[in-house]
Design a protein around this ligand. Structure first.
Ligand code: F0G
Length: 482
C-alpha cells in the first residue's frame, strides 16, 4: 500500500507488524571478495552467512503471516485423504474457481507433470515468454518453446504497462506455420519473470483465449505471481480501477483451461499446484502424480505447507498483500531512475531489474555483463541478486552461447521481508558502483553444467582480477569495515 505524505510524496508503507525477526550481518568487503571467489563468481553458490540482503529471489523467502504459521500447527498428517488437502482444495475453489486440484512440491514439479502429460516430441508450446524451468521441461519432453511477445517487450526503458502481452498476429502466423496438431497448449505467464516481471492485460488474455479456442488449443496459465498480475491490472487498466483483487482474479480465470503455480511466490509457502475444471486434463495428469511427487492429497508437500498454502491462497487476494512487494519495488525503481541508473521500467513484480548492458556498456554479451554486475553488486554491498541474461540460457546444439534477449540483474524483493532503509542502502551502493562501472570486467566459465548452467556453473574474471581492484577502490572510499 502507499500513503501520500503532507509534501505530496508517495511512500510505500508496511501494512503489517513485524513479530519475529531473523538477524542478518554485513560481512566486510574483504570477506565478500573471498566469498565471491569461493562461489565461483556465481551468486547462487554463496552461503547466506556471507549475504547481507538476500535479493536472489522471492521464491520461498517471503514472510509468512501469523495465520499461516498458526494453520501449520493444525496439519493433518496422513498419507491419503488428509483434511489439510481439502482445506487447500476449498481455497482453490473459492479463489480460483477450479474443482480439481493436483498438489506438487513446487512450480517446476507442476511443469514436469504438465510436460509429461501433454507434450510429445516435435510439439511446440506457444507462450508470452519462457521461464527457465518451464522451457527445460518442455525441451526434455522433446518439444520446443515459441515465444510470441510484442515488439517493445524487450525495451527495458518503456512506458508500456503490459509488456507481457502476446502479439496476436505472431500467434496466428505461428499456429498456421506449425499446425494445431503440434501445439499442445498456449502458456500465459503472469508477470513474465525473465523480461522484468511485466504483466499482460486482461484484453490480451481474453483475445489469446478467443484465438486459442478458435483453433481448439487449451490455455495454460502460470500463476506463480497471480496476485501481482491482478494488482497491476487493477492499477493500470481503467476497466478494473474499482475492482477488487479477487474480482480481477475471477475475471482472469474465466479464460483458463489449466492453472498452475509455484506456491513459493504469491502464496508464500514451499509448494505448488495444478488446478482445472476439466475432467479430461485431470485424468491425463493425475497418473503421473504418485510417480513423481506423491499421493493426490499431498503431492510432495508437507501437510504443514498444504495448510499454510490454503491460508496464503486466500490472503493473496487482500489488497495489502497483493501490493506488498509491488509498491516497494516501484519505489526502488523510481529511486534508481532518479539517480540516473538503468532500472527496467515500468516497475514489475517480484524484483527491481537493472539493464546490465546499459550499466556496463563496455562489456559484450559474450562475457556475461549481467553475471558480472551481480558479482560486482555483491562485492560492493553484500546484496545478493541474480543474473537473468545469457548465463541463464543454455548453449545451443552446436555448443554456442544463446545470447539472451535482455541482460538483466534482478534484485528480488520478497514480500514483507525488507524495509525502506534496505532499499535506500542498496540504491546508495549501486550509485557508487555506477560511478566506478569501468572497473567491472567480464566473466568466463570455469566449470559449466549442460542444463540450467546458471545454478551450479563456476566462473571467474576474463582477464585482470577486477574483483580485487573493485574491492580495493571500495575500501578506499568506505573504509575496511564496510
Ligand atoms: N514459473 C514462474 C513464472 C517462476 O517464476 C518460477 C520460479 C517457476 C515457474 C518455478 O517454480 O521455483 O517453485 O519450481 N521462479 C523462481 C525465481 C525460481 O527465482 O524466479 P518453482
Amino acid at each position: 500500500m502507499n500513503v501520500t505524505l503532507s509534501n505530496g510524496k508517495v511512500l510505500p508503507i508496511e501494512m503489517h507488524k513485524i513479530k519475529i525477526v531473523q538477524k542478518t550481518t554485513l560481512p566486510p568487503a574483504s570477506r565478500r571478495l573471498q566469498a565471491m571467489e569461493e562461489a565461483g563468481y556465481n551468486t547462487f553458490l554463496l552461503r547466506t552467512k556471507d549475504v547481507f540482503l538476500d535479493m536472489l529471489t522471492d521464491s520461498g523467502t517471503n514472510a509468512m503471516s501469523d495465520n499461516q504459521l498458526a494453520a501449520m500447527m493444525q496439519a493433518d498428517d496422513a498419507y491419503a485423504g488428509s483434511e489439510s488437502f481439502f482445506k487447500l482444495a476449498d481455497a482453490v475453489k473459492d479463489v480460483l474457481g477450479f474443482r480439481f486440484v493436483i498438489p506438487a512440491h513446487q512450480g517446476r514439479a507442476a511443469e514436469h507433470l504438465l510436460a509429461k502429460a501433454l507434450v510429445k516430441p516435435g510439439d511446440v508450446v506457444l507462450m508470452n515468454y519462457h521461464f527457465t524451468t518451464s522451457k527445460a521441461h518442455i525441451d526434455l519432453a522433446g518439444g520446443r518453446v515459441q515465444e510470441l511477445f510484442g515488439k517493445d517487450a524487450l525495451e527495458t526503458a518503456s512506458s508500456n504497462p503490459f509488456k507481457g502481452n502476446i502479439d496476436l498476429d505472431r500467434m496466428e502466423a505461428t499456429i498456421r506455420e506449425v499446425g494445431v496438431e503440434h501445439i499442445p497448449y498456449v502458456r500465459m505467464e503472469a508477470t513474465t519473470n525473465l523480461i522484468g516481471g511485466q504483466p499482460f492485460s486482461m484484453q490480451n488474455l481474453r483475445a489469446v483465449k478467443a484465438k486459442a479456442d478458435a483453433h481448439g488449443i487449451p490455455l495454460v496459465f502460470d500463476g506463480s505471481l497471480i496476485s501481482e498480475q491482478a494488482y497491476f491490472i487493477q492499477q493500470r487498466d481503467p476497466e478494473f480501477a474499482h475492482a477488487s483483487i479477487q474480482q480481477v482474479i475471477t475475471e482472469m480465470m474465466k479464460n483458463v483451461d489449466i492453472f498452475y503455480m509455484s506456491g513459493r511466490k504469491s502464496t508464500a509457502v514451499r509448494g505448488g499446484l495444478i488446478a482445472t475444471n476439466s475432467q479430461k486434463f485431470y485424468d491425463l495428469i493425475l497418473p503421473f502424480l504418485p510417480v513423481y511427487e506423491g499421493f493426490a492429497t499431498y503431492g510432495g508437500m508437507s501437510t504443514k505447507e498444504v495448510e499454510a498454502m490454503a491460508v496464503g491462497m486466500r490472503e493473496m487476494t487482500e489488497q495489502s498483500v497483493a501490493s506488498s512487494a509491488a509498491d516497494f519495488i516501484k519505489y526502488f525503481v523510481d529511486r534508481l531512475v532518479e539517480e540516473g541508473l538503468p532500472a527496467v521500467t515500468p516497475a514489475g513484480g517480484l524484483a527491481c531489474h537493472i539493464d546490465a548492458q546499459k550499466f556496463l556498456p563496455h562489456l559484450p554479451q559474450s562475457v556475461y555483463p549481467a553475471g558480472a554486475l551481480a558479482a560486482a553488486v555483491y562485492l560492493t554491498s553484500g546484496v545478493r541478486g541474480m543474473e537473468r541474461g545469457t548465463i541463464s540460457t543454455d548453449r545451443d546444439a552446436q555448443g554456442n552461447d544463446t545470447l539472451a534477449d535482455v541482460e538483466l540483474l534482478r534484485l528480488a524483493f520478497p514480500r514483507r521481508l525488507y524495509t525502506l532503509s534496505h532499499i535506500e542502502y542498496t540504491v546508495d551502493r549501486l550509485k557508487w558502483l555506477f560511478a566506478h562501472r569501468e572497473m567491472v570486467g567480464g566473466l568466463k566459465f570455469i566449470q559449466e553444467p549442460q542444463v540450467l548452467r546458471f545454478f551450479f556453473g563456476r566462473l571467474g574474471p576474463v582477464e585482470r582480477d577486477w574483483g580485487k581492484e573493485l574491492t580495493t577502490a571500495f575500501q578506499k572510499d568506505f573504509g575496511m569495515d564496510c
